[in-house]
Design a protein around this ligand. Structure first.
Ligand SMILES: [Fe+2]
Length: 433
């Protein structure tokens, strides 16, 4: 598919819900694994009273949707607006993560995290108790070897990105990396030794910002595309830049070091971003690719793994920065379509199993939850949790799949009390043992 027709980001699957509700003892089809004790929580934009002609997908008011599971029961569903206190109208709508045992709603580009209670009520903006100096990101990654949490952040006020390292909810390192421009950097990847900086040609547009554009980042044909390889404990002078073909990447699936010093990373690669359609991702091809980056030469090679539209890649995050065999992505609907399966990638075998939820159903992001939390447990021993919406029925279920054989169909479906608008990212927060 090439350029798609214009669309808006406030109707259909993205239409907001008005009410915050609490419903207990939800209906379940199938059998919820008794070991799942905790919360599945997902964040996303809920663009109340937005103008479809001007609403950017990324700027709708944040709303979290959560389901608590315990003893084979779905104890509650709650949806709550994410309420920032500084500034009070900020949209904190992209992810919800746990740092140091605390729950934070997260967004990139400047607005700081909002801490949430267990029941998803907002406690207000919290810059990690004042330890965060700059902006944060929606995509922190925990290094399983050290437990430290790495992020790459950006803010239009500086021609730089920052490498931010947290020990739990406390920032312990914040390294400014000048990049000679103001790129939008949605996510990063860890390789084991390094963090990858995605400096790609979508940059801040001052003129549009002055004119009031809600998210003034656009395709910048003048800016080369490159990935920085930064040692985890390195300063700005330690970055080695590697050229890549012009494109945009919101999300890497995972990355790792190769024995010869090169770096492998699997990404969902968009051909183009925010060029003609400046309100949301809607241009050109989107496919899964494997890139090999050579920091010694500054050159890269790319290989298409799957040319179907897909996004929201996840892996077994106990293996972040190491070779992973399995990865999961959600099919991304083409405008006007309703059918979006889940893809179960076996990267070692080069095969993909398609998990089809039916002709009017669409899968959102699925997250892997290990059955056995020990680091050595097999990477497909566990469950996949995610939301599936039936466009025809206007309903949404929290679906549980067996990670080893997701194509066998749902182990359980928790029927939510209402439609959940398509959103961005969610995670499973196991209750403390
Ligand atoms: Fe994201």
């Amino acid at each position: 598919m090439t350029d798609a027709p214009a669309r808006d980001y406030v109707s259909g699957a993205l239409a907001p819900v008005r009410d915050e509700v609490t419903v207990t003892d939800l209906a379940v089809t199938g059998s919820l694994p008794a070991d799942l004790a905790g919360r599945y929580v997902r964040n996303g934009p809920n663009p109340i009273d937005a103008d479809p002609a001007t609403q950017h997908w990324f700027t709708g008011a944040g709303m979290v949707h959560g389901v608590r599971l315990r003893d084979g029961r779905a104890e509650w569903y709650r949806n709550r607006f994410v309420r920032a206190t500084d500034p009070p109208d900020a949209a904190v709508n992209t992810n919800v993560c746990r740092l140091g045992g605390r729950t934070f709603a997260l967004v990139e580009a400047g607005t700081q995290p909002v801490e949430l209670t267990y029941e998803l009520e907002s406690l207000g903006t919290n810059a990690f108790d004042g330890t965060l100096e700059g902006a944060y990101t929606a995509h922190p990654h925990t290094d399983p070897r050290t437990g430290l949490i790495h992020a790459v952040t950006y803010h239009w006020v500086e021609e730089a990105v920052r490498h931010v390292v947290n020990d739990g909810a406390r920032v312990v390192r914040e390294e400014v990396i000048p990049v000679g421009g103001r790129p939008m950097v949605h996510d990063c990847a860890l390789t084991g030794s390094s963090v990858l900086l995605f400096d790609l040609p979508v940059t801040f547009d001052l003129d549009d910002a002055m004119a009031g554009a809600p998210f003034p980042y656009h395709w910048d044909a003048e800016r080369p595309a490159r990935v920085g390889v930064l040692p985890l404990d390195g300063g700005a002078d330690a970055v080695r830049w590697v050229e890549v073909p012009p494109c945009y990447v919101f999300h890497p699936m995972n990355a790792h070091d190769l024995p010869d010093g090169r770096v492998e990373v699997v990404v969902c690669r968009w051909e183009r971003m925010f060029d003609r359609d400046r309100l949301g991702p809607n241009e050109g091809t989107l496919r899964l690719e494997r890139w090999v980056l050579d920091p010694a030469t500054g050159r890269s090679s790319t290989e298409v793994l799957d040319d179907r539209f897909q996004e929201f890649p996840r892996v077994d995050e106990r293996r972040t920065g190491t070779p992973t065999r399995y990865g999961w992505t959600s099919g991304l609907e083409e405008p006007g379509a309703v059918h979006a399966p889940l893809f179960h990638h076996d990267l070692a075998a080069g095969t993909v199993a398609v998990v089809d939820f039916g002709p009017t159903s669409a899968a959102q992001e699925f997250v892997f939850v290990p059955a056995d939390p020990s680091p050595a447990a097999p990477e497909d021993d566990g469950w996949l949790l995610g939301l599936v919406s039936d466009r025809a029925e206007g309903t949404t279920d929290l679906v549980v799949l067996a990670a080893g054989d997701p194509a066998a169909g749902p182990v359980a479906r928790v029927h939510l009390p209402g439609r959940v608008p398509d959103g961005f990212h969610g995670n499973w927060f196991a209750d403390p043992a």
